[in-house]
Design a protein around this ligand. Sequence first.
Ligand SMILES: [Zn+2]
Length: 980
Amino acid sequence: MSEATKKGVGTIGGYTVLRREPLERLEGEFIQLEHERTGARHIHIECADDNNGFTVLFPTPPRDSTGVAHILEHVVLAGSQRFPVHDPFFSMTRRSLATFMNAFTSADWTAYPFSTRNAKDFSNLLDVYLDATFYPRLEQDAFMQEGIRFEFEAPDDPRSGLRYKGVVFNEMKGALASPAAAMQRAMGKALFAGLTYEHVSGGDPEHIPELTWQKLREFHASHYHPSNAYFYTYGDRPLASTLDAIERNVLSRFERISVDSSIPDVKRGSRPAGITEPYPAAAGEDNSRRSQALTAWVTVPSSDSFRLLSMKVLTEALLGNPGSPLRKALIDSKLGTAMADGTGLQDDYKESVFGAGLKDIRSEDATKVQDVVLKTLTKLAKDGLDPEQVDAVIHRLEFEKRERSNAGFPYALKVMFSCLPAYNYGGDPYASMNFDADLDRLQRERKNGRWFENVIRTELLDNSHRALLTIVPDPDLEEHKRKTELERLALIEATLSEPDRNKIVEDALRLKASQDAKQDLSVLPTLELTDIPMKFEALAPRSTAIGGAAVDFYILPTNGVTYLDIRSDFSVLAQEELDLLPLFGRALTQSGAAGQDYVQIAQRIAAYTGGVGAAAQVQSLALVEDFVQSFIVSGRALDRNVKPFIEILSDLTSRLEIDPARLKEIIAETATRLESSLANLGFQFAILLAQSKLTSEGALNERLQGIRMLHSMRDLAKLDEQQLGPVIDTLQAIRTKLFRAEALQVVVTCEEATAATVSEHLASLVVSLPAKKEKARSPKPPAQDPLPEARIAPVPVAFNVRTFKTVRYTNADAPALLVLANYLRDTFLHKELREKGGAYGGYAQASTGAGLFMLGSYRDPNIIRTYTVYDQAVRWVLDSPVEAEQLKEAILGACGDVDPLESPDIKGRREAVNRLTGFTLQERERFKQRLLKVNAEDLRRVTSRYLANGSGVQVTVAGADLIEAARKEHPELFAVVEPV
Ligand SMILES: [Zn+2]
């Protein structure tokens, strides 16, 4: 730090600039400021990216499990002083071209981030975010709707049975049902007893009813204050104007206060602890090997960027890939089949937690799992870590730092999350974002010898603040919880006087009426259709042939990273091979090759690439009802590693060696991971199953990613090593059919200077492949039986999907269907399913590519009611006038859908798919032109043509109780009921 930076380097408005530092690889600057009067903190990342980001974050450490911070997050989004509408955030998503809008509640903070590429949009969103967080209305009705309230089973009948209702109440019932949530709970109880992280920060449905409106308001007043605020901005927008807006709208109206959002440090225990936590499981299944055990330690402070980096590198070196020593020792023990939830380093606690363990174990083996962890660490502390493995991790860090990708999440916000622990817990955010200095120090320490071996001793082996966390499946848990809740409600109900009962009915009816009341959305700022960019960026590849393979180069500024996709048409596969294709994708990147075992291959992948993956994709054609079947191997690497990177791909495609013992592990790990994430996969499974009933494309997708894939994986998991011979033969047959010189279409995205090197090495890859021809042989699978179906899953909620067949992208009706989806979701479904029905989400989605239209509910407490809402939704479009403002919002939303945020890594790949499938620039621009012209009559026309004819198919994935109750009321609802 220079002399100037210590004293501050000037002022901007009412802010002192504490620090300015270059961010070389971002070609930008890090600017840290503090607001003089209120103490509000601000970090700005100045760079040339036009996707500008904003976040305001408040430390909100919980003192109980009522979920106060989480419910507050929901209520904050329910209207503010300047914008007194029900849900300004939801409303703004329809009036904006935001590339990201959300709010998060973590274990001890709450954050409100957004990003957008449009300057007017940035100002609009900034106004709404600031007003929402600092001046929310926090009305009692919003608290009751989003948090918790009493309501009768039939809201207008005081004799129909007292119930709890509330969006967060339901959301958390779903969220806490997963094994991962049980592990988190166990970790909090065992390692942080009596402290912040012992509590369920999102809210435990058993404790949410203890929260009152008054407590919620007090929590807001003491935590959502500039003196407790951490601002973050990013991008090419002038900082001074953003600061001015924040100061004018917020800071000028507050005085500094002292806020206690401190989080006490753990008092280190002298003896290791142990805890067992149940999680809900399906009844009637073999649950004998469904437990998990995790050994976990509280380690370094998350604010200490150097020590955290050191722990991160150690964690990756121990567990990062299948060849990493601790991961390998655990899998080799055969006590379980996959890494336990919570394995790795968790730095979103003030003191980071390191954990390692196994899934799919017998509960009595928990201590054996711990023994493996302790023995392996002891051995590594004595014999040392393989320096090459550590080098590979450091390479990986360098890769991640260099890559500026918007994949999954805008880069504008990734940068913030990279320095969040240091920023939020009082460390040095610049050091943690730009970790060159820390990395240099780490390399020096390594040279001095035994650095990581000492870290293993001090932070893990000699650290007695350790716990063995075991989670066990409990088929009765949900039922028990449900009964306890009903008994508790019955006791409360017995104390209710007649006026009490009437008040509950009155509240329910008032809530319903206020949800139905017309809102004046004109107070909210908005974009106009004229603000929408109409042109797509033209992108043309440089096409060439290399040894029979077609290669397209997309030359883009990638910041020194090369992206490579190898595509092959998998329609050459036979029927029986298709079911093994998902396994092939995994086996391809996790096995041995060219005389090296999987540990060595994993090591090479880690040392030279930013990751290699492989999967089948079904891609819709724009013009006709058909699709292409692509198997894609994709990878990325720093330019200087192009040679070893392509050599790895070459070894995998032409010299793969699949060993039965290793394959057994891959299958077991995949199956375990699927089983333990059923609670999260329910929605995807319901959507895919419904689509399989309508189109051939849907049937194929279900087979590759849906319940059928789960079933194939389960069947494979039953085979022992000796029985895997024929499976391996089939996998190898798949490989030779897919990877032939003639069959390959390669897409490369890189900078001009690297293209020649890529060509040269690709040539040797292609040369090593067979040249023989294969004919397409897999007939396209027929659509499945369209009968309505329910699948029972171990979840306390429902996912309800109704899907319709529509038309292809180039059909004149397609743009209207996309607008209709936005219109239905944002108006009718949001209100009926989320606000009134208590579902976490209600969706309408037009897959303009596949020619499908879906109505869906996520984490829904209802089944029959939701299907009735779908019927009503269709009638509502046909019978009610469409307001001009709502139509405009739906069009804006649809325009955002067709123009997502990209970055070089996505662009080349996306253009290649567009060219393959006929989504030409011309067609996409025509589609957008048509979007702008969609009118109310179009919405009614497409609704009546595609949605009102009763052709929709229905699939529900839900807990057994919910399905049983629905069938009792409506025996004909589902023709098929089976477990997932
Ligand atoms: Zn929530």
